[in-house]
Design a binder for this molecule. Structure first.
Ligand code: FMN
Length: 180
């Protein structure tokens, strides 16, 4: 399958982007590319003209349409969805909603104990409204990230094993429900 990874962090040293790189390595046999959402303009309907969007938005929308499934790795910003990720989703949702029917899973890593749970739940609400087909279980909340990543890679063995199993569930789910 073609899987589009979307990280909610624009930080070069992001643990969540590192999580997507690790997922790409663990999902051998699938093609996982990570989207660039850092050059999207802030949502502004004045930038839409006759159903056309600024070039970075058109690129993201085309990448989503071409993907069989989405893997979203999100940080938690002030107990909610990071603005860059919400901005990307808002652009992707404009008519015609490119996210509709896409299978997706949410994962996340944070230095604190909650592992981005407070971002993942509002994200589920938003994606649900957009008719994204979300994997319910397993939930992937990786806390204590500072101890689990080394040199931009998820190196904690137990967490890698857990992530690998979660990604197997995701791949099976996506293969079952993906759009024809
Ligand atoms: C604006 C802002 C708000 C944040 N709020 C939270 C928070 O509510 N909960 C949390 O666990 N971490 C919070 N953090 C810390 C992030 O978890 C931390 O910066 C993490 O490294 C971000 O993910 P990344 O490594 O993928 O960039 C916040 C960081 C920023 C920049």
């Amino acid at each position: 399958m073609k899987i589009l990874g979307i990280s909610g962090s624009l930080r070069a040293g992001s643990w969540n982007t590192a999580l997507l790189r690790t997922a790409a390595a663990l999902m051998a046999g699938h093609e996982l590319n990570i989207a660039n959402i850092g050059d999207l303009p802030l949502m502004n309907q004045d930038l839409e003209q006759d159903g056309r969007f600024p070039a970075p938005v058109e690129r993201l929308r085309a990448e989503i349409l071409a993907a069989d499934a989405l893997l979203i790795a999100t940080p938690e910003y002030n107990a909610s969805i990071p603005a860059p990720l919400k901005n990307a989703i808002d652009w992707a949702s404009r008519p015609a909603n490119t996210l509709a029917g896409k299978p997706a899973a949410i994962i996340g890593a944070s230095p604190g104990a909650l592992g981005t749970a407070r971002a993942q739940y509002p994200l589920r609400q938003t994606l649900g409204v957009l008719n994204v087909q979300l994997l319910g279980q397993p939930e992937v909340f990786i806390g204590g990230a500072a101890q689990k990543f080394t040199d931009g890679k998820l190196t904690d063995t137990a967490t890698r094993d857990f992530l690998a199993k979660a990604l197997e569930s995701f791949a099976a789910f996506a293969a079952r429900v993906r759009l024809p």
